[in-house]
Write a protein that binds this ligand. Structure first.
Ligand SMILES: [Zn+2]
Length: 81
């Protein structure tokens, strides 16, 4: 039956997501530097909850606030048509 197949796929996806979040959440926050500006990244504490389960994870996401000013300059033309 097709629905069994889908349920199986969803279950394995759920396991994969859980394993991924378990791994990410258990990692210590290592100091990282921004590849764009070279400053140390800040960490944003984020909670992930998996829909349909009562599992949740606290994950630290490295962020840098330089992005708006440091974004690649699209006005730069390397060649014109
Ligand atoms: Zn940066």
């Amino acid at each position: 039956m097709k629905s069994d197949y889908m349920a199986e796929r969803e279950a394995s996806l759920e396991i994969a997501i859980k394993l991924f979040l378990d791994d990410v959440a258990s990692r210590p926050a290592e100091p990282q530097t921004c590849s764009r500006c070279g400053n140390e990244m800040e960490y944003l504490e984020t909670t992930f909850m998996l829909f349909g389960t009562d599992s949740c994870w606290n994950v630290l996401l490295p962020i840098c606030r330089c992005e708006p000013n440091g974004a690649p300059n699209k006005e730069r033309n390397h060649g014109r048509n």
